[in-house]
Each structure stands twice: as structure tokens, then as C-alpha cells.
Design a protein around this ligand. Structure first.
Ligand code: NAP
Length: 228
């Protein structure tokens, strides 16, 4: 199994959950992180090279979790620079595509390939200041559904997980009033844990989800339902 963004808040929990289920995992993250495979997902050649090495080291590849992502730039849309727009799109959308595309042969050869794309509720809610993030995460939904229909004939399932607020170090570093405001829009009244998010990913990778493809699984405590 290949997991990107594996050194981050959610990625670490996914790797731990898969490891505790005795899965062999190739943990991938950005250059400079402590992940065994470090590369920039925006660099297609580096992705191809590292995914090939990961598959060779694992002796195959039955699953990919495309989790690496950024939400660094918060600007009103009219002030979004081209560079900032490209960085979000290239990391979150192009990067996920490059990784799953590079793993396609391995996934098909496994006979039971599985892809999970980590999107965000930002794909649906229209968060001010996050035009590039929202576009990239919505793009992952279209990409996931297309891969599900296109790659089913190769025995590959593809699903999208849409996290709401998950209690990672970066989310918990937000000002208290921002966190409290967010919780008022969550019927369950709290942020999700990284373990809860990892549990949803593990389910989609498991035999229990063998007939599930092309779906979007929201792991958000009902975020936004109170406002509809
Ligand atoms: P995180 O802690 O920042 O982890 C993301 C990881 O991706 C980091 O280790 C980061 O490395 C890596 N990364 C960033 N750019 C990369 C690149 N160009 N190439 C390779 N790796 C790169 O964030 P997280 O909260 O765990 O988020 C994981 C995923 O969940 C993201 O896709 C995010 O959009 C999504 N999500 C999170 C939440 C939430 O509440 N936490 C909500 C909705 C969706 P560096 O730290 O070195 O940049």
C-alpha cells in the first residue's frame, strides 16, 4: 500500500491503522520529511520513480491513499496569484493524479486494486478565501468517479473520503474562536480524530467495501447539515 502525506497529521494515523492491520505500507511524503519515500507529488518524474521503487520494495501494490495536500494560501479569489493557484492545484489535484496514475499497473496486476483520494468538505461548502483549495478538492471528486468507472475493468475500486474538521496539530493551532465557530456548524459538536478518519480509509480499503466504488464518504460529524 502506498500512502502520501504520510508524515502529516492524518497520514500518520492512516499509516498506523494500516500497519496495525499487518499491511505493508510505503510511507511517502515531501522532501525533508522523515518518510521512507520523500518526493514532491507535483514532480511527475519523481513520482514515477518513487512509486516504482515503492512497488518494487513492497513486491506489488494493491492500494494507494492519495492524502498529500496543502491549504497554505488563504486569499480572496480576486487577489489569488497565478503561482498560488497553481501550487494548490498542482499539489492537491495533479499530485494525487500523478501518484495513482504511476501505480496503475501495480494496482491492476494485484487483481484487487484500491484507491482512496482524500478530498475535503471544502469541495462542497464554498469556504471564503479558499478558491484554489476548493477547486482542487472538488476536482478530486470528479477524478475519483472517473477512475472508478474507467478502472473497474482492471479490478480497481476508487473512492473519495471527504474529511470535515479533523483534530490534527494544524487544525488545533487555529485560534480558539475559529475552532469554536467551526464546532457550532458540526452536529456532533466536536472535531473528528485522526483515528476516526483513518478508520474510514481502512474500511474503504478492506474486503467489507468490496462492492463500493465511485462513492464519496463524508467523515465530518455532519458538518454543515445544521445550516441547510
Ligand atoms: P498535514 O498535516 O499538513 O499533512 C499533509 C502532508 O502532505 C504533509 O506531511 C505535507 O508535507 C505533505 N505535502 C504537502 N505538499 C506536498 C508535496 N508537494 N509533495 C509531497 N507531500 C506534500 O495535513 P493533514 O491535516 O494531515 O491533511 C491531510 C489531507 O487531508 C490533505 O489532503 C488535506 O487537504 C485533507 N484534509 C484535512 C482536513 C483536516 O481537518 N485536517 C480537513 C479536510 C481535508 P509538509 O508538511 O512537508 O508540507
Amino acid at each position: 500500500m502506498i500512502v502520501t502525506g504520510a508524515a502529516g497529521g492524518i497520514g500518520r494515523a492512516i499509516v498506523e491503522a494500516l500497519g496495525s492491520a499487518d499491511c505493508a505500507v510505503a510511507a511517502c511524503d515531501a522532501p525533508g520529511t522523515d518518510a521512507p519515500f520523500s518526493f514532491d507529488v507535483r514532480d511527475r518524474a519523481a513520482v514515477k520513480d518513487n512509486v516504482a521503487k515503492a512497488i518494487s520494495g513492497l513486491g506489488g501494490c494493491d492500494s494507494v491513499v492519495a492524502n498529500a495536500g496543502i491549504v497554505d494560501t488563504i486569499h480572496r479569489a480576486e487577489r489569488f496569484s497565478e503561482d498560488e493557484w497553481r501550487k494548490d492545484l498542482e499539489t492537491n489535484l495533479y499530485g494525487a493524479f500523478f501518484v495513482v496514475q504511476a501505480a496503475f499497473d501495480g494496482l491492476g496486476q494485484s487483481g484487487d486494486g484500491r484507491v482512496v483520494l482524500i478530498s475535503s468538505v471544502g469541495a462542497e461548502v464554498g469556504s471564503p478565501g479558499q478558491v484554489a483549495y476548493g477547486a482542487s478538492k472538488a476536482g478530486m471528486v470528479g477524478m475519483g468517479r472517473t477512475l472508478a468507472s474507467e478502472w473497474a475493468s482492471q479490478g480497481i475500486r476508487c473512492n473519495v473520503v471527504m474529511p470535515g474538521f479533523i483534530a490534527t496539530p494544524k487544525v488545533l493551532a487555529m485560534p480558539a474562536e475559529v475552532q469554536d465557530g467551526a464546532k457550532t456548524a458540526i452536529p456532533l459538536g466536536r472535531f473528528g480524530t485522526t483515528e476516526e478518519l483513518a478508520g474510514a480509509v481502512s474500511f474503504l480499503l478492506s474486503p467489507a467495501a468490496a462492492y463500493i466504488t465511485g462513492t464519496v464518504l463524508r467523515v465530518d460529524g455532519g458538518f454543515g447539515l445544521l445550516l441547510r
